[in-house]
Design a protein around this ligand. Sequence first.
Ligand code: 13P
Ligand code: SF4
Length: 309
Amino acid sequence: MESLKEKILQLKKEKNAVILAHYYQQPEIQEIADYVGDSLGLSQEAKKVNADIIVFAGVHFMAETAKLLNPKKKVLLPDLEAGCSLAESCPPDIFKKFIDAHPHHIVITYVNCSAEIKALSHIVCTSSNAEKIVNSVPENIPIIFAPDKNLGNYINQKTGRKMLLWDGSCVVHEAFSLEKLIALYKEHPDAGIIAHPESENRILETASYIGSTSGMIDFVKRSPKTKFIVATEAGILYKMQEAVPDKILIPAPALEDNTCACSECAYMKLNTLRKVYDCLLHESPEIKVPKKIADKAIIPIQRMLELSK
Ligand code: 13P
Ligand code: SF4
């Protein structure tokens, strides 16, 4: 009998579809994806797509970004409930009032936000290009940075800017326990701690490398160290371990004890192989963005892609 994976690959061929997946997806989804990457890589890849259908194995804002870059293609998200705490922390009507109260500020938004928020922004950024994007704005121009206060605070420290920060955060990266991390490090003093900049400052202060998911994978590859404590969503361990099969990777511990003794994104994990198959079969759920919003939201994304070349 044909396995679900074989059926997906067959259907993908028949329908001229591609599967783009984020590193936080379940390993079996990453295995059948045409491309696995971080948010910037996924946007760059979405821009190049030749297929008729994009199955986006990630969360809603990622699929929406792919749709904005491919308005004529069908973009499918296996589970429409796959949201993001950062995107939810920034309601467009309240954000609009905030911007209106600071009319001289440039608005830089982290890609983890809705198309409505992107439509209100000057430039979008991801965790791998945030510093470069912020530095592209002349120093005398004040900046609003939204929605991630942790990434914003980290970039403020790196650049010496005093960006006005929106009070949003990622529940997955705020779940790490500093006390447990220190205890773990005491057990493994030879390990390097690496962290995603969505983590809180007290976690970032312990890290010898801070970067996006792709940045973290590149770092463990080139570092002479052979053991790492990894402070980001645990899904990254699949590709990271593939990249460094002989190194030891330990997920950073979360505050609450849970089954994986790590931090997992419940939104990312809503996608399953079965849902990937069903969405491709029925070509639903489909991501649609109203033209009025899409026409504005694409501009700051294009600016980011230009600045990231
Ligand atoms: P990157 O993969 O761009 O580092 O983003 C991490 C993340 O939280 C995506 O939701
Ligand atoms: Fe959003 Fe955090 Fe999940 Fe990424 S890991 S999708 S930022 S909630």
